[in-house]
Design a protein around this ligand. Structure first.
Ligand code: APR
Length: 244
């Protein structure tokens, strides 16, 4: 282990880490929110108004995610290797807090993953919130119902929509309180509470660094910024932590 090597690392990831796997980001010129209305497809109100329209949006994204061409890239793989190295050497913990609803971190081998905005390959009963896996490109329709209620209830996407509370907030705060380093990869810093984690980290006295193609909207809060495509910059950083 190197001198001053961080033991416990919290890594926040956003759409940018999956961009090089072929999954569109949200706010780029060709981003999802350029061609889809947030109000219509990513709010509880939009779902209440037109559940079939919302299901169709997530059906398309799920079918894309399950396309064999979509794979974890070198950045996802490097983070999984970092976690395994830290585990094997007993250095400490690497926790990935992801805003992404794809399963590319898990597919790359990361175990400590907190999908704070939900998961595309899961649905949940609108009444009991019981979660159902849906690992098929088969479209979900409004006639797909739960098996936990009488009468059976609709199954909504297991996604955190705007105006809803993200998952794992207590666990994330705890991990930050135990951390030695906070890192953000491929996120624009537009959406809270995730965009506020860097301020929490700073208030805890943690070193902070961001990896992005360009400066994020909260770049001023990061002590270090590394620019470039995540699949180039992240493996290089991981090598700097795992050699020697
Ligand atoms: N490598 C590194 N960074 C990249 C790459 C890349 N190859 N491609 C894009 N980026 C960066 C962009 O510069 C941008 O800062 O990734 C960021 C993507 O920003 P957004 O599209 O805003 O995505 P994200 O920050 O994850 O959005 C947060 O908003 O829409 C909601 O719930 C949704 O989880 C999402 C949240």
């Amino acid at each position: 282990m190197q001198k001053n090597q961080p033991k416990n690392i919290v890594i926040l990831t956003g759409a940018g880490i999956s961009a090089d796997s072929g999954i569109a980001t949200f706010r780029a010129s060709d981003g999802l929110w350029e061609s889809h209305s947030i109000e219509k497809v990513a709010t509880p109100e939009g779902y209440a108004r037109d559940p079939e329209f919302v299901q169709q949006f997530y059906n398309e994204r799920r079918a894309q995610l399950l396309d064999p061409k979509i794979k974890p890239n070198l950045a996802h793989i490097a983070l999984a290797e970092l976690e395994a190295h830290y585990q094997a050497k007993g250095i400490g913990n690497v926790t990935v807090v992801t805003q992404n609803i794809d399963d590319l971190h898990q597919r790359a081998g990361s175990k400590n993953v907190m999908p704070m905005h939900g998961e595309l390959l899961k649905l949940r009963c609108v009444k009991t919130e019981r979660i159902v896996e849906w690992r098929s490109p088969e479209p979900v329709t409004d006639s797909d119902r739960c098996q936990c209620c009488t009468p059976p209830q609709p199954l909504r996407p297991h996604i955190v929509w705007f105006g809803e509370m993200p998952f794992y907030m207590d666990e994330i705060q705890y991990k930050l309180s135990q951390a030695d380093l906070f890192v953000a990869i491929g996120t624009s810093g537009h959406v809270y509470p995730a965009a506020g984690f860097v301020a929490n980290a700073r208030s805890l006295g943690l070193p902070t660094m961001e990896f992005n193609l360009e400066a994020s909207s909260n770049v001023s809060q990061f002590a270090n910024s590394i620019y470039g495509r995540a699949l180039d910059t992240v493996p290089r950083w991981v090598r700097s932590l795992t050699r020697g």
